[in-house]
Design a protein around this ligand. Structure first.
Ligand code: HEM
Length: 511
């Protein structure tokens, strides 16, 4: 995802709280203030940032509720609904040989896929890790279904939802002001109101008690930069620990995917439909929905990945081919959710940079890093949310034996630990490079994997072009910045060159 505009080094907002089970964001503790000049340049965006905190909090609430309430109900049935792998997968083996294996009508639904994956947990490391990921971070579902029925939430958490609703109209302005005094005044008014509502309505000891009940281990609090109300930072710290993420900025799962209800309606908005144009609100939703769809349509891909690996391990090349073909087939609708939306008609270029991207993209917060040879700790800025955190692409890359796009440190900051482990195991068992036979079923598998690679290259080529179009829209109130790479160079042309290096580099690696 991308770029955006303003570098908010400041507060890091909270959250990725939405994770399903107590996800992340941070917390309280010591904070550093930004240098004045950074704060000054960041002013127009601060409102958004603080607004985002509200959303994050809401997310964390959702997460907590889901964790506490839903797991116990869902997990047993998750198991009982499992299908036997043999019940569907071999129905059209003969057609595979002719490359026409269309098992669409035999594809299990997501409930069945979940059951299948769980049944395989004991059989293969990748299935075991995916099962853990789905059970612990998804409460038995994938993508995680957060509980948006807030009247059912534990009482201490309900206050957050009310505050979100009250603050929503103040989150975004139709036309960002370039006048610093005006912005400063809005920011101060926003924060004052937000702080007032939080301190009046949130029973923090009760919130903490609830969160403590869901957590077994206590760890040291993380340091922060901008002072945020304790009512926000405390729940975030718990979630951050639960998901083993260090970034204060949240991530794709917490800040986007979990804003959808179990029936896939977009629930936690940034732009208030009562106050913003339809173009803005439609663009925001279309953008967010790509990430939700990619994860929802990713489940059969993950299922096919573990089956393909397992089949390969036991030397069953026909089964392996079948599952590799399932991956290719599922990629079509999955990538369509990107292709059909990332254009001006669905996500207006005039709205994206100014009213959508910033909320997701700001890299807020710093991490203290002590290098061996350095006496003084270094402060490393967190990235915001980026498409580079999406599980699906990491799994596909690993399956094809490509090196990870994100380095280990960035993964540790922005990718939940269970997702990291699943991806790592898939990479460990990747077999494409070991396929030598150019004929027979092995040759067909190799060819099919080449098809997946081709689709990935196509996505990366299209993404490079489309991203540039969105990044080059005028947004004078912002500094050049991207979600994944934080503050860029001083002007957009140089910044684009810099970004292009990453995208081009990744394209070159996709072979
Ligand atoms: C208009 C919207 C978007 C823009 C401007 C944009 C921009 C960018 C930029 C500049 C990068 C390279 C820097 C980085 O690593 O963050 C990037 C990486 C990436 N983006 Fe986006 N992005 C957008 C939407 C999306 C969407 C909707 C997806 C997928 C659902 C996505 C998936 C990725 C992935 C997987 C990467 C990592 C590099 C790769 O695998 O090729 N992006 N994006």
């Amino acid at each position: 995802m991308g770029p955006a505009a303003l570098e908010v080094k400041g507060p890091f907002h909270v959250f990725g709280i939405c994770y399903l089970a107590l996800s992340q964001h941070h917390g309280s503790g010591t904070r550093r203030f930004l240098p004045c000049q950074d704060l000054h340049s960041a002013l127009p965006a601060m409102l958004d940032l603080v607004g985002f905190i509200a959303l994050s909090v809401l997310g964390s609430i959702v997460t907590v509720v889901l964790t506490l309430g839903k797991r116990s109900q869902d997990l047993p049935s998750f198991k009982s609904r499992a299908l036997s792998p043999a019940s569907w997968q071999w129905s059209k083996v003969s057609s595979l040989w002719h490359g026409s294996g269309d098992a669409t009508n035999h594809e299990p639904n997501s409930r069945q896929l979940l059951g299948e994956i769980q049944d395989l947990a004991e059989c293969h490391e990748t299935a075991g890790l995916l099962t853990d990921l789905i059970r612990k971070d998804g409460a038995g579902e994938w993508p995680p279904r957060s509980n948006h029925a807030h009247t059912t939430w534990p009482a201490p958490l309900r206050a957050y939802r009310g505050i979100y609703e009250e603050m929503l109209p103040l989150l975004a302005v139709a036309k960002p002001s370039l006048d610093d005094d005006v912005n400063r005044e809005r920011i101060a008014a926003f924060r004052a109101r937000f702080g007032e509502l939080l301190s009046q309505r949130v029973d923090l000891p009760a919130v903490e008690k609830l969160l403590q009940a869901a957590e077994a281990v206590r760890v040291a609090q993380l340091e922060r930069i901008v002072p945020l109300p304790h009512e926000l930072t405390l729940p975030w710290t718990y979630q951050q620990r639960h998901f083993s993420l260090t970034s204060d900025s949240g991530n794709n799962m917490s800040n986007l995917v979990l804003n959808f209800t179990p029936s896939a309606s977009y629930s936690l908005r940034i732009n208030d439909p009562a106050a913003q144009s339809a173009t803005i609100t439609r663009s925001e939703e279309a953008f967010a929905r790509i990430f939700y769809d990619v994860e929802a349509l990713g489940l059969p891909v993950y299922h096919a990945v573990i089956h393909a690996i397992r089949a390969r391990c036991r030397g069953d090349t026909v089964a392996c081919l079948h599952h590799v073909r399932r991956i290719t087939r599922h990629l079509r609708p999955l990538l369509r959710s990107y292709y059909d939306r990332v254009h001006d008609d669905a996500i207006a270029r005039s709205a994206w940079l100014s009213h959508v991207q910033g909320f997701y993209g700001w890299g807020a917060g710093y991490e203290k890093v002590v290098e061996e040879e350095e006496e003084e700790p270094q402060w490393v800025k967190f990235d915001g949310l980026s498409g580079n955190q999406v599980l699906l692409f990491q799994v596909l890359d690993a399956f094809l034996g490509l090196p990870p796009y994100l380095d280990e440190e960035t993964q540790r900051r922005n990718v939940p630990v269970m997702q990291r482990e699943f991806v790592k195991a898939v990479g460990k068992h990747s077999f494409r490079r070991g396929l030598e036979k150019k004929e027979g079923v092995e040759g067909m598998i190799l060819e099919e994997m080449g098809e997946i690679l081709k689709r990935l290259r196509l996505f990366r080529t299209a993404h490079r072009t489309r991203a540039k179009v969105y990044l080059t829209q005028p947004a004078p109130e912002r500094l050049p910045m991207t979600a994944g790479k934080s503050l860029l160079k001083s002007d957009m042309d140089t910044s684009l060159e810099y970004l292009d290096e990453f995208m081009l580099g990744r394209l070159a690696q996709t072979v």
